[in-house]
Design a protein. Sequence first.
Length: 219
Amino acid sequence: GMTERILIQTLIGRVLANDVYLGLRCIATRNQDIGIGLVNRFMTSRAQPIYIRTPFTCRSASWICRLCYGRSPTHGDLVELGEAVGIIAGQSIGEPGTQLTLRTFHTGGVFTGGTAEHVRAPSNGKIKFNEDLVHPTRTRHGHPAFLCYVDLYVTIESQDIIHSVNIPPKSFLLVQNDQYVESEQVIAEIRAGTSTFHFKERVRKHIYSDSEEKCIGVP
């Protein structure tokens, strides 16, 4: 019924504040994240009252801990350390609020005049790059990343083969140095309008003069 649906929406993604017992048997432990399987077990067993951790009761002074925040709706796992959950929450509230104020509604994302292009790893291996040429930052989703100042050459060592990938300036590098990556894994995001490849092309043309049997080659 309605009560069960509310209970499921409230519990999934949260973390238990205390152990949960069914009689003398412990069926869930403190700091265990709650999934659909555990919720169904609570509903069928009708166990003791369930206490969960929430941001309102978090004891951290200047931030919020992962266990009190719970799972991220983005990927369904506990939030990563350093993730900008407050900024994401503010944007989630402010964006539809602006639509209500202006009475203009849309369901898509922000139009940037182009789409972001991804760079994928050519093979499995360990990735290496010069950390002096990048700056720690975060993506628009709050995930840790590196911002490239200049052209960055990234190498991926796979057994006896070394692949070299060029990352253009103003791109986001989404992996850590010495991290093991898999083939076709996204390692960088190139901003729209940024050229992916930089190359020079030389063209040879012939200019003919009025003189007979004489031509001048211009590179």
